[in-house]
Ligand binder design. Structure first.
Ligand SMILES: [Zn+2]
Length: 356
């Protein structure tokens, strides 16, 4: 078995689930390695979405578990720049056009669309002809608010695995948008408000963009959602008309209206103004009935900004990578399934994604 400092190639032996059970690659030679501060590229001297303050960071997208304060320099995509400015304030940003390479240390780096939220990218790193791609968060479903995922051929693919279980299979989002409109109409017939909880960056904007084809009635927004919607509107993303709840006249009747709020608003005093209301939640986690109960919501709508199980497997295959490293989430099932099909795969222990 290779140690961290040996030059021996990775060892494969027969395991309980197949012939290619990887005993661990030679991590010290890897182009990207896991350190306490996060994913690190020693040849480039930079971290990707670091967990702790470091001098040089490449940021895949604006979610809080990927873009943190305290970095010396932030390399990011052009479309992520306004999101980082909104969330992190004034920092030293170096924005890049997607697909245009730049040098960091001995490595040639380029950013490629990940289809997750506005500006989200994968990071391609090349040195001496060897190519690694770090996916960041990604999805393959169409999303009118961001560029579609680009398959980037590579030798090693570090993939997220937030929804890495066979039970996760996303329905068509247009169908879900129609369900949301029908639910709001049912609420209207009962004199209730339809309050839909959505992650504030990405999910809320995608839902608003998808709803445009199915309704003209403006949606009301919680303040935390309105801020993100303003950033997307500034970037030219078409979405359903909206008005902030906070700017409606005192004593307004919200019956029959759709209200978009962040999950943190559930159970808060902010909800009192709506009197009679139904509560819905838009998330990939809603595929599991138990989560609906735990969240204490009346309706779950399955909309996720991450790849589902079939798309994780398809993406891994399409990159042509010889080696797969799974992070962020339920890596066990994905790693085992890939190993059983003869792909060299293992996991890096990183925190589960915060968004859904
Ligand atoms: Zn994310």
């Amino acid at each position: 078995m290779p140690s961290e400092h040996s030059d021996a190639p990775p060892v494969s032996v027969a395991g309980p689930h197949g012939p290619l059970r990887d005993l661990g690659p030679d991590l010290a030679r890897d182009l990207v390695q896991l350190r306490p501060e996060g994913l690190y590229c020693p040849a480039g001297g930079f971290y990707i979405d670091p967990l702790q303050p470091v001098p040089l960071a490449v940021i895949t997208h604006g979610h809080g578990d990927h873009a943190r304060r305290g970095m010396g320099t932030y390399h990011c995509s052009m479309d992520t720049l306004p999101i980082l400015r909104w969330r992190l304030g004034d920092q030293l940003y170096v924005p890049h056009d997607e697909g245009v390479a730049f040098m960091l240390g001995e490595t040639r780096v380029s950013l490629h669309p990940a289809g997750h939220v506005l500006g989200s990218v994968q990071v391609r790193i090349e040195r001496d002809g060897e190519v690694w791609v770090v996916s960041g968060d990604y999805k393959r479903q169409p999303d009118p608010t961001c560029r579609p995922f680009e398959v980037v051929p590579c030798d090693t693919f570090i993939t997220e695995a937030t929804f890495g279980l066979p039970v996760f299979r996303w329905p068509d989002t247009a169908g879900v948008a129609r369900e949301i409109v029908a639910w709001r109409e049912q609420c209207a017939a009962r004199g209730e408000t339809a309050i839909l909880y959505c992650y504030a960056l990405g999910k809320a904007q995608r839902v608003l963009a998808e709803l445009m084809a199915h309704t003209d009635q403006p949606a009301l927004l919680h303040g935390a959602i309105a801020a993100g919607v303003a950033v997307y509107r500034q970037a030219g993303i078409p979405m359903l008309a909206t008005e902030p709840v906070g700017e409606t006249p005192r004593g307004s009747d919200f019956a029959g209206r759709l209200v978009i709020a962040p999950p943190s608003a559930a159970g808060s005093a902010w909800l009192r103004r709506f009197r009679q209301a139904q509560h819905g939640f838009a998330s990939g986690w809603m595929q599991l009935r138990g989560n609906r109960r735990r969240r204490n919501v009346d309706r779950g709508f399955v909309v996720s900004d991450h790849a589902d199980w079939p798309d994780l497997l398809r993406t891994v295959r399409e990159t042509g990578a010889r080696r797969i490293i799974a992070t962020h989430g339920d890596t066990h099932a994905l790693v085992r399934t890939l190993q059983e099909s003869g792909v060299q795969a293992h996991a890096l222990a990183m925190p589960q994604s915060e968004d859904d």
